[in-house]
Unconditional design. Structure first.
Length: 194
């Protein structure tokens, strides 16, 4: 496991008001944290806001960082919780809007009618169709390479629960990506004469 003492020392300096240390933390983690949040919520503008909120929370709680894991992992846990809270808020708003007048207003869930024309967009769409918990598990495991133990700690669940969600998320991703590929091929062939 990586030696986290340098991260702990950097965090202590930043918590003590050392601006260059705080800038170093931001420069080392900012772009990956932003990319992580973009994949989590599927919206770049909202991801920018959540990055800001993550760093505000981190700045206030930097003294709580104990150096048990890399500083970037600690920040990702904060970001993940911010993303989950954001999604809950969006879902509540969407349900409220739908319940206002379901008979006269047709409101689809965010991004329900968006057509994707590239593999990256198909992947993003498939990720968006997973539950927030499954998306977090699969991104932390596949993209970040975290252990199931660390994922369980970050998401406040058992390691075995993280494994089950990972297996289900992979199965669902395979199905969704296979379906999007078939749909893409069928659309390509519609305009051709046989």
């Amino acid at each position: 496991m990586r030696d986290c003492r340098p991260d702990l020392e950097l965090a202590r300096r930043a918590a003590g008001g050392d601006e260059p240390s705080w800038r170093e933390i931001f420069e080392r983690t900012g772009s990956r944290l932003f990319a992580f949040l973009c994949y989590q919520i599927g919206n770049r503008e909202e991801a920018l806001d959540l990055v800001q909120e993550t760093y505000l929370v981190a700045f206030r709680r930097l003294g709580d960082y104990r150096g048990d894991a890399p500083l970037e992992a600690w920040l990702r846990v904060i970001a993940l919780r911010k993303a989950i809270d954001w999604k809950r808020t969006i879902l509540r708003r969407w349900k409220r809007m739908r319940s206002l007048d379901e008979s006269t207003v047709s409101i689809d869930p965010p991004e329900a009618n968006v057509h994707f024309d590239s593999e990256r967009q198909a992947l993003t769409r498939a990720l968006a169709q997973l539950s927030a918990f499954q998306r977090a598990v699969i991104l932390l495991r596949e993209w970040e390479g975290w252990s199931f133990r660390d994922i369980g700690r970050a998401l406040r669940c058992k390691e075995s629960t993280a494994r089950v969600h990972h297996t289900r998320a992979r199965r669902r991703m395979r199905k969704l990506l296979r379906e999007s590929h078939v749909a893409f091929r069928a659309t390509d062939l519609e305009g051709q004469q046989v």
